[in-house]
Write a protein of this length. Sequence first.
Length: 633
Amino acid sequence: MKRFLPLLVVLLTVGFVASKTRAPRNPGAFDVVGFGQLPVLANGRLKPIDTMARSSLLQLQGKQYVLTPDGGTPTPIEWLLDVFFRPELADTYRVFEIVNPDLLALFSLRTEDGRDGKRFAYDQLKQSFAELDRQAKLANDVESAVRSPFQRAVVQLYGNLIQYQRLHYAVAPPSRPDFLGDLLKLQEQVAAGVAAVRAKQAGQPHDEAAAKAMTEIGEVFVDMANYSNIYLVIPPERGSTDPNAWRAAGPTLLETFRTGQVDPSALAYAGFAHAWRAQNPEQFNKLVQLFRADLEKRFEAQLQKAQAESRFNAAQPFYWATYVSVLAFLVGVFSWLGYTDPLRRTAFGLLALTWLLMLGGIVTRMWLEGRPPVTNLYSTAPFIGCVAITLCLILEGFFRNAIASVAGAVLGITTLIVAHHLSLSGDTLEMMRAVLDSNFWLATHVVVINMGYSATFLAGFLALIYVARGVFTTTLDKPTADALARMVYGIVCFATLFSFVGTILGGIWADQSWGRFWGWDPKENGALMIVVWNAIILHARWGGMIRQRGLMCLAIGGNICTAWSWFGTNMLGVGLHSYGFTDAAFVGLIGFGASQLLMIAIANIPLDRWRSFRRSGAAPRAPEHVEEFAPAK
């Protein structure tokens, strides 16, 4: 039984994850999955409407889960369909996250008025839009770095409301419940209506009713053009195969007054609106089938990618990898307390499953983008975690003590949580900046430097395990301590090599891009800090200046250097390398740095102080048979 228990646990976990990552299914009679796989060009990238829905929900409320006022749980696509075609219903969904108490007071709201105490509906906010607009203008006049928490919350909510309005107008105007009827009538009367408007402008006799109707629908089209010009949902004109020639709905409909014909794709979206409002699944599904068949004739490759991305979104491999890595961590920790070998092998198998999920997600993103694995700040997080887990699997294969499995699980959890928070800003498969548009350098400098980040973090987390087990438990015996020291030393050597080579490659790329090899840019300084810090660790060890505990303290310090180079330099908002600017991570970065300094301080408390603590019962008993934590004999 002990022999097969690890395999059984891993297989059960694989079966559970496989059931959650299968192809998406329609929750009802409507083919919402097919609609979600239709492509839209946004921010320079052709992507499925499903991605548009999910990234919008993440931006608005930090999660993809929606709850209707009557307790229903629509999928992200169903929510977006309501935003598109039933705005009066969508406005009642509580999807706007507000946690700042002063901002809640601005809307005269209490936490109990919202879902989960922090999510509120558009209808609950609209009565105070004028004051929010005034506060947003005041906040925009203040530099981002010095805004108060209230001002940052105002700017964020204001941007979310603008995003929500853009979705409202992306394919159909919210003020026209029978938009299909409007367009069909327009197509019949456009010539006469345009003539009436021109006669009215020239002061000539005209049909007043026709001129008024044409003016009203024209104003609707102008509103759509003003609000939704970032979402290009209308395919190129028939006969065109240019994937970059997609158009926004508003400008396309305005062209009706020139051509005398309503664009067929705009009519199709109006048909979607009519079918969704009337809750007519047969008409809706038929339109999805016809619309897709027309696109397949010209954009088959793009449709296949959109379908694959939609399935990737539904599978959420990084999300499930987080849960599997938590399980691997718990099993690995319990293996130190007893039932060692079966639990150790189980933790190893679960970590391997985490690695497969993360690797599958990274490879899929590479195929969708046509790029190497690291292209923006978001993509660094799963890549760093995946590299760290790879190294941990190799270490565990040599040492077989579950330490590397626990360290890999912790790094997997940490990097995936970081990735989740980075995804809240929008689409994570964004287009590359011009200076970064080089697959060669992305595959060399960026990949190598991030491997250096990953290894430095791994050394630091292994050192944290050493200190935690040596100070707070009695499980750090001498063989385990020696094994941890060898792990940390080997990983620091690996980190030094890759961080150094990556920094040199970055200098060569900078020379080609900007005409100088080195400019003391904050990001360049951060990379240099990692190289120098790792070199200090190695030289201090070689020179006999530190022993095991000193090695671990310096390795923990590497966590601070790497976190600063990864995030801190971006938060400065200056320099040529600030591609992933974010000030939201400031508190987390400071907290992380403080926690690492605390662990270093704990590891450096004099040994006689620990002995007096143990005698008084104020601290756990440290194992006296470990040389670094024992009194001299």
